[in-house]
Write a protein that binds this ligand. Structure first.
Ligand SMILES: [Zn+2]
Length: 432
């Protein structure tokens, strides 16, 4: 057992949250005082990558620890099969009360995401104050994340004295929801995104205060993560679920532990969403998920924490080398019976290689080097042909040479009824 055996898990997924829009990841606007505080008294993973730029594909990998080409959950009607082992199942077996409160239809139960949860529900949309605005066009998702926070408080009032795993999936950033007090950053699309991060940060501050008042923070691991980022025409693309460049795949991973970490600890090793649950299960002393792509970085965390207490300056940073990390999107995910148009990003050290294959097999590729070009605006592929050729081989083997997932068969297709389709369209996606 790594931690005491009464530790709870609060897993907060802020949909569509770019790491570089948070103060603690270097943003110059004060969008995230609560998340910055969590990082400064806990753990922050400085180089983190989501496995897709589209919710369902990304979340399937986050929960299973398996890359998208292996999960097979890559298109609008794919689902995680019953045979897959989900973290909530592990935690339920270990005696946790398990509950999820979510507002994104892409993680609905019919896609296999409810496995292991006693309660898996979309909160009833409450009245939204008149001061709250929604700036995203063509979007009709009722309520706000205040409904999630209110339901979470209800759950904690009822079950906070038991050992719990609570998953909250927030959507106000995705929906560009904000109110007057958070309307600090102007009115462009990108400014409004920042406003809505501040609005969400305030909702989270409210929830964490509630936990602190009940002495629950000292008995919980709080995890903050996201499924993907958001593009603002950096290269002519807006939104997400369209490609796998840095702006839609570099997401935060922040955790608070059941004790306060003075000044916070930063983990510089590259991490991925597929590493989150291997790490949490390891920290909790629970059995690992077998034959997956992610890995636990618990040793890295614990040795950095230990070094805080007993500093040996001659000792190098322990252990893990950076993994090669991948993001994936089938750009025809929303179309029926279309041949796939895969895009893959291969991230190795400061380099990001972006590979895209059209349905007739034509390949485009780009290479970016963040050491000299942090916004990854300049394609340097012509300057590094050998490196690019290596990374192309890695991208192609990621796409084509993967082994079956640990649960045997890949994804299953599900029927989505008209009402569910409408709920997904209401999020602003074009689907059949
Ligand atoms: Zn999403």
């Amino acid at each position: 057992m790594r931690f005491r055996d009464d530790v709870n898990v609060l897993f907060i997924l802020v949909d569509t949250l770019r790491a570089d829009r948070l103060g603690v990841y270097g943003y110059d606007r004060a969008t995230s005082p609560t998340l910055d505080y969590v990082a400064r008294t806990g753990i922050r993973f400085t180089h983190h990558l989501a496995q897709s730029s589209w919710t369902k594909c990304s979340m399937a990998s986050l929960w299973t620890g398996v890359y998208p080409p292996r999960t097979g959950v890559t298109r609008f009607d794919d689902a995680i099969p019953e045979e897959a082992t989900m973290p909530a199942e592990r935690l339920a077996e270990a005696g946790f009360r398990t509950a999820a409160i979510w507002r994104n239809g892409w993680v609905a139960p019919n896609f296999g995401f409810a496995q292991g949860f006693e309660v898996y529900e979309r909160p009833a949309p409450g009245a939204v104050p008149l001061s709250v605005r929604r700036e995203k066009p063509h979007v009709d998702l009722h309520g706000s994340d205040r409904d999630v926070v209110n339901s979470a408080k209800e759950f904690l009032r009822a079950h906070g004295h038991e050992r719990f795993f609570l998953y909250l999936h927030l959507m106000d950033v995705h929906q560009y929801v904000y109110d007057e007090p958070s309307a600090k950053f102007g009115s462009s699309y990108s400014d409004v995104y920042d406003n809505s991060i501040l609005y969400t940060d305030t909702s989270l501050g409210d929830l964490l205060t509630f936990l602190a008042e009940r002495d629950l923070l000292q008995r919980s691991i709080v995890v903050i993560a996201s499924d993907h980022g958001e593009a603002f025409s950096e290269r002519g693309i807006e939104g997400h679920a369209k490609h796998v460049y840095r702006e839609t795949t570099e997401t935060p991973w922040i955790m608070s532990l059941p004790f306060r970490v003075e000044d916070g600890v930063e983990i510089p090793t590259r991490t991925r969403n597929v590493d989150i649950w291997p790490t949490l299960l390891d920290l909790l002393g629970l059995a690992p998920l077998e034959n997956i792509d992610g890995r636990s970085v618990a040793d890295e965390i614990l040795s950095l924490l230990a070094r805080r207490e007993d500093i040996d300056p001659s000792e190098d940073r322990p252990g893990l080398s950076d993994p090669v990390a991948y993001s994936f999107l089938d750009r025809t995910w929303g179309q029926i019976r279309q041949p796939p148009k895969p895009a893959v990003a291969v991230v190795d050290g400061p380099l990001r290689y972006v590979y895209a294959r059209s349905s007739d097999g034509r390949v485009t590729e780009q290479l970016f080097d963040r050491t000299t070009d942090p916004s990854e605006a300049t394609d340097v592929l012509a300057e590094h042909p050998d490196r690019a050729a290596d990374m192309r081989r890695q991208a192609e083997s990621h796409l084509d040479a993967f082994e079956a997932p640990p649960w045997g068969d890949a994804a299953v297709s599900v029927e989505i009824d008209a009402m569910e389709l409408n709920q997904l369209r209401a999020l602003g996606y074009e689907i059949p």
